[in-house]
Design a protein around this ligand. Structure first.
Ligand SMILES: Cc1ncc(COP(=O)(O)O)c(C=O)c1O
Length: 391
């Protein structure tokens, strides 16, 4: 191994939301933070070096996206996913969530309907309702331990002519599915038939486990490309979320024009200079780091899986295909939402994300972030095992 993921979080860092939150919950008990989606690992060394070099220049005025930025991103998508993007398609946003909010505002009128598939990353709810749109939800179906799209329900809801957009999460947070090409084709065809624009949040695309594959929604066909907005970012992949940089890829000229007007309306006109440096460098030099990270996450995922299967039978892990966020069925504990949350913090001493924050369907579930060192993970699993088995 060239990189040391066992080194873990640098506690000299005082502004980490992930770690500060557990301190705020209790200054007596140490709680393991396994909630918000960032990693305890230091980023790609070349990224750190490039940021330091840029910082030493001392001038941080308004900056322009250089051609090298686009080249680095487009080489990444081409090499890893065989998806060719054009320079003019690339729009930006400080974050993917901001990008989704702006895209919905740009392409809907108040009162239009926007569909999401629940349980899902909670800011999707607000992105719809705060844009003045009506939220329509299609529940994912849990069939034999695997989440599936409910195509009958989708067909019905997307046929409603008040529905204009669907926000897809590909791969899906929190259920961990890397949607197959066939599933995406079936979904995309329903959307095209009913003039539904697809906003596809692909922020977790680089984090896929062995045996599974990420398919960029827009790469499937020219029609899909022209009917979608794809949101990617280096933030989850390379642990750069604090640098606020993302790529909003809009092949359709009309959608792009509307999106850019929405950006101008709120005077968001530039990317953060360090975010640009980090993004360009990560895609250019980060591949071997990512490959090792994926091996490490694979081992972490297996640790959780084995521990739950062998020693914590009251819990059930939904087999993750992608993301470092594991979706755990805790309904066997017989606790209500409030009790479950309290149990994880006070009895187990770990901070997870509450399943119900991802929608009604998440009741009884917890989401566990495993992007931490094996030591931290073992400690958390020991605590979890002890607490659950003492019920
Ligand atoms: C599906 C998904 N989209 C977006 C985000 C956040 O993206 P950003 O920080 O770029 O707004 C996250 C973070 O966890 C996420 O899981």
């Amino acid at each position: 191994m060239k990189y040391n993921f066992d080194r873990g979080f640098n506690h000299e860092i005082k502004d980490s939301l992930k770690w500060n939150t557990v301190k705020k919950i209790s200054d007596k008990q140490d709680i393991v933070p396994m909630w918000i989606a960032d990693m305890d690992f230091e980023t790609v060394p070349e990224v750190k070096k490039a940021i330091i070099e840029r910082a030493t220049q001392g001038i941080y005025g308004y900056s322009e996206m250089k051609d090298e930025y686009f080249e680095s991103l487009s080489e990444w998508t081409k090499k890893r996913y065989n998806w060719e993007i054009k320079k003019e398609w690339l729009c930006f946003s400080p974050g993917v969530v901001t990008g989704i909010n702006l895209a919905i505002r740009a392409l809907t009128h108040p009162g239009d309907r926007v569909l999401i598939q629940t349980p899902v990353y909670s800011p999707f709810f607000g992105a719809v309702t705060k844009s003045g749109c009506e939220l329509v939800s299609s529940s994912l179906k849990l069939v034999n331990g695997k989440y599936k799209m409910d195509f009958d329900d989708l067909e019905e809801k997307l046929t409603d002519e008040r529905t204009k957009i669907m926000v897809l999460c590909n791969p899906h947070n929190p259920v961990g599915r890397a949607w197959t090409r066939d599933e995406l084709i079936k979904l995309g065809e329903i959307c095209i038939k009913n003039n539904i624009i697809v906003i596809s949040d692909e922020i977790h695309s680089d984090l896929v486990y062995k045996g599974y594959k990420y398919t960029p929604f827009a790469s499937i066909s020219k029609e899909f490309e022209q009917n979608s907005i794809i949101c990617t970012a280096p933030s989850k992949t390379f642990n750069l979320a604090g640098l606020q940089s993302s790529n909003i890829i809009i092949p359709n000229e009309n959608f792009r024009r509307e999106y850019k007007i929405a950006l101008e309306n709120i005077e968001v006109s530039r990317l953060n200079v360090f975010g640009m440096v980090a993004c360009e460098t990560a895609y250019k030099y980060g591949e071997s780091w990512l490959e090792e990270l994926l091996d490490y996450l694979e081992e972490n995922k297996e640790l959780v899986k084995k521990r739950i299967e062998n020693r914590i039978p009251k819990l059930k892990l939904i087999e993750p295909e992608a993301t470092y966020l594991l979706w755990i069925d805790c309904s066997g504990l017989g606790l209500n939402d409030e009790e479950l949350k309290k149990f994880m913090i006070e009895k187990a001493g770990i901070l997870l994300n509450d399943g119900s924050s991802f929608g009604e369907e998440g009741k009884g579930f917890q989401r566990m972030n495993i992007a931490c060192t094996k030591n931290t993970l073992e400690e958390a699993l020991n605590r979890l095992e002890k607490a659950v088995n003492s019920i």
